[in-house]
Design a protein around this ligand. Structure first.
Ligand SMILES: NC(=O)c1ccc[n+]([C@@H]2O[C@H](COP(=O)([O-])OP(=O)(O)OC[C@H]3O[C@@H](n4cnc5c(N)ncnc54)[C@H](O)[C@@H]3O)[C@@H](O)[C@H]2O)c1
Length: 260
């Protein structure tokens, strides 16, 4: 940790997918630095609250709101609940995501649609609703999208996921370009291969993935949740106030390699 403990004081941050493996670490880091957070996930309330407690997150600094953010009503409910609890939203982290692990020739159109709906459509709906709220509240807010180094590298077996992350990078640029005159910024954070969550599930169950991933990180080790959380901390802090339309790649150099 290199930021002051009050680096995010006064900020209300909403995160989707905040009870996932990376999400809880991000919530812990941002609340430890003074933010208050409304945390969404699709898991039941008791489960979501338990995961946040297990991560050591202060219950006074965060509120869990269950919802499926592929559903427009749930997006509206999330932002209403957020505003009621902590007031106007300053930053929205479109963080939830899913991966489908399948060779491209085996992917069914319905599976393609599901990955796009969960990753891209939900991010579009949350960012749009959050931005409209910021405009109504007169907030110079920030939209942050979690994408991935594979948005620009064709890592085998996850074509819909890679395509969805590339779409999110471009979606972010549209938000950034159209909303800059209103004082709203948009950026992406692109992690590498993190040793938890969806990458860890593939690492544990797919020997071919594990063999490739173990050779894919120039810095030599899988990414930690803490390094992802540090990058979020920077992006959410005033240190990033002149950034908009950028993809912050924090991937240990993965994207430098021609794979295999
Ligand atoms: N793990 C990695 O190596 C890695 C690398 C780069 C980017 N990412 C990205 O980081 C983010 C988090 O990944 P993770 O590894 O922690 O995965 P994870 O599966 O642990 O977390 C994803 C969370 O999103 C939630 N979620 C899924 N669908 C939802 C919906 N419709 N509504 C609300 N919540 C929903 C899940 O319940 C889960 O808690 C994703 O966007 C992922 O693409 C992960």
């Amino acid at each position: 940790m290199t930021f002051r403990g009050d680096a995010l004081a006064g900020q209300h941050i909403v995160i989707s997918g905040g009870c996932g493996a990376i999400g809880v670490g991000v919530v812990k880091a941002l609340t430890d630095h003074g933010a208050v957070m409304t945390v969404n996930d699709i898991v039941a309330v008791a489960e979501g609250e338990q995961r946040l407690r297990d991560a050591g997150v202060s219950s006074e600094r965060c509120r869990y709101v269950q919802g499926d953010l592929t559903q427009a009503d749930d997006v509206v409910h999330l932002l209403e609940a957020a505003r009621t609890r902590f007031g106007p939203v300053h930053t929205a982290l479109c963080h939830l995501g899913m991966v489908l692990s399948k060779p491209i020739l085996d992917v069914e159109p319905e599976e393609w649609d599901q990955v796009m709906a969960v990753n891209v459509r939900s991010a579009f709906m949350l960012a749009k609703a959050a931005a409209n709220g910021m405009l109504a509240d007169g907030i110079n807010g920030h939209l942050v999208f979690t994408t991935s180094w594979v948005a620009s590298v064709p890592w085998p077996g996850i074509a819909p996921y890679s395509s969805s992350k590339a779409a999110m990078n471009q979606l972010m640029r549209s938000f950034a370009r159209e909303l800059a005159p209103s004082g709203i910024r948009a950026n992406c954070l692109s992690p590498g291969i993190v040793g938890v969550g969806m990458a860890k599930r593939q690492w544990d169950t797919e020997p071919d993935y594990r063999a490739r991933a173990s050779r894919a990180v120039p810095l030599g080790e899988l990414q930690t949740v803490e390094s992802v959380a540090d990058a979020f901390l920077f992006l959410c802090s005033p240190a990033a106030r002149y950034m908009t339309g950028a993809v912050l790649l924090v991937d240990g150099g993965c994207s430098l390699y021609p794979m295999d």
